[in-house]
Design a protein around this ligand. Structure first.
Ligand code: PEP
Length: 250
């Protein structure tokens, strides 16, 4: 049985004061003994302090990106070892904003995935199609290509210590979520693709849905058989709404 995971991606939001209010509010609202794992991904500069705020809880910490290199002259970058050093267990790789705004290619995402695992981090590999790609009937070929870029470098075994997040780009930050059926169709295809390579890993790998998850739609999305939780942007900035989303995951 896969344990659900709900990850909050704060993107480039927050301040020390806002974060303290958000995390204290969230810790008060999370149900003790809940089944779902909870992960917070603040901006780099707030990782350490957020880690202090959650240190007596089960809430995990993650980065929003990671450098593909281990160390050196890479101004502005943050390595996997640094993320581990400040308490991260997870890191997002290939978020659509990194792919689209910063031009991260499939091959760079694959190198970041490898760098994350080499540092002992669990990568949350984000995949998903744009609206144009969906409308052109290319959803599965785009998601396949994004997954294949990683699988070609790592092999399927690496998915045994990774998370996949299906995030249709047209649903991110738009208020327009994929329907549970639309999301399930892609999640099922991802799991089938992994199953063709390794059935055990396919059964255990967690596949999160991301894209305008809210308290009002989380339960029906998470009820789908291949949706193992969510990657939540905007709604993770509100303690009460994010806590409701976590509760919806179990
Ligand atoms: C995200 O940041 O990955 C995301 C899914 O954002 P939102 O929930 O705001 O659509």
């Amino acid at each position: 049985m896969r344990r659900p995971l709900v990850a909050g991606n704060w993107k480039m939001h927050g301040s020390r004061a806002d974060n303290a209010t958000l995390v204290h509010g969230l810790l008060d609202l999370l149900q003790p003994g809940a089944r779902a794992d909870v992960l917070l991904c603040p901006p780099f500069v707030y990782l350490w302090e957020t880690g202090r705020l959650v240190k007596d809880s089960d809430v995990a910490l993650g980065g929003q990106s990671v450098c593909a290199e281990a160390q050196g002259a890479f101004t502005g970058e943050v390595s996997g070892a640094m993320l581990r050093d400040v308490g991260c267990r997870y890191v997002l790789v290939g978020h659509s904003e990194r792919r689209q705004v910063y031009g991260e290619s499939d091959s760079l995402v694959a190198r970041k995935f490898v760098a994350a695992q080499a540092s002992g981090l669990v990568p949350v590999l984000c995949v998903g199609e744009t609206l144009d790609e969906r409308e052109a009937g290319r959803t599965s070929s785009v998601v396949d290509r994004q997954l294949d870029a990683v699988l070609a470098v790592t092999g399927v075994g690496a998915l045994g210590s990774a998370v996949i997040a299906y995030e249709p780009v047209w649903a991110i930050g738009t208020g327009r979520n994929a329907t549970p059926d639309q999301a399930q169709e892609v999640h099922e295809a991802i799991r089938a693709k992994v199953a063709a390579l390794d059935g055990t890993i396919a059964d255990s790998v967690r596949i999160l849905y991301g894209g305008s998850v809210k308290a009002s739609n989380a339960r029906e999305l998470f009820a789908m058989p291949d949706i193992d939780g969510g990657l939540v942007g905007g709604a993770s900035l509100k303690a009460d709404e994010f806590a409701q989303i976590c509760a919806a995951a179990g």
